[in-house]
Design a binder for this molecule. Structure first.
Ligand SMILES: [Mg+2]
Length: 260
């Protein structure tokens, strides 16, 4: 019997740049027991190779980039069949993911039949206005995710959802959303999970990680090391199968009582 663990990154394996204690040992014991590890993140700014490098630098665990699913990759996979010319608000991870699916970003909004929005640290008011104009002219509005914030050492920064909300308010158009827990990401993760008989999703954010588990019919493990530190904060319909303090407790759950 094959077991897979789909693991979120920030808040589960590391907090900003700091590893969660015993995260490396937990991943190594799962891998040694033959568990198929998949990493799924709504961070659209990085390529999977960069995600793997950051995971190794922060946690000490070497993941194959082919086991990593990002919201940028899910967005590119969603768009690929319609072969659009998108105007892109986003960082390198999004642009590279689109090009790997044969999608070349439009240089000007007038050429665009889609507007794709991810987290864009170089966002300007001008580019926000161009995105709004393109959607107003009929371009499809697609977002990598709607996470309102993300944690930094300074506190919460505006996330992709904050940028998406600005465009949504101005256009009165709702985007197609591709990251966790939406179907494009579920489909991408399902391909990486393959034929595993049992799938666990480990995450710290109920509305993305646990909602993906529910959407896919997988079991959810909530860790209290990230954005959620009290299970009473979790909406009833997203309650997970298991709640543990951190990733260090996951091998005992997944491997059935043996801590590996
Ligand atoms: Mg997280």
């Amino acid at each position: 019997m094959t077991t897979a663990v789909v693991c979120d990154l920030d808040g589960v394996l590391y907090l900003h740049d700091r590893p969660v204690p015993r995260a490396r040992e937990a991943l190594e014991s799962l891998a040694a027991a033959g568990v198929r590890l998949v990493f799924a993140t709504n961070n659209s700014t990085k390529t999977p190779e960069r995600v793997a490098a950051d995971l190794h630098r922060r946690v000490g665990f070497r993941a194959d980039p082919a086991t990593i699913a990002t919201s940028a990759m899910a967005t590119a996979a969603f768009l690929a069949p319609s072969a659009p010319r998108p105007y892109v608000l986003g960082a390198e991870g999004l642009v590279v993911s689109l090009r790997r699916e044969g999608i070349e970003p439009a240089e000007t909004p007038a050429m665009a039949d889609a507007v794709v929005v991810g987290l864009d640290p170089a966002l300007t008011y001008r580019r926000l206005a161009e995105a709004v104009l393109a959607i107003g002219a009929g371009a499809t509005f697609v977002a990598t995710g709607t996470d309102p914030t993300y944690p930094t050492p300074e506190g919460l920064y505006p996330g992709t959802g904050a940028i998406v909300a600005a465009i949504r308010v101005a256009t009165e158009v709702a985007p197609v959303v591709c990251g966790k827990p939406h179907p494009p990401m579920v489909g991408l993760v399902r391909r990486l999970v393959g034929d595993a008989d049992v799938v666990w999703v480990v995450g710290d954010r109920p509305e993305t990680d646990l909602a993906m588990a529910k959407a896919a019919g997988w079991a959810g493990i909530l860790v209290l090391s990230g954005v959620t530190d009290d299970v009473s904060q979790v909406p009833v319909d997203l309650r997970p199968e298991v709640v543990v303090p951190s990733i260090a407790d996951v091998p005992a759950v997944v491997l059935g009582g043996g801590a590996g």
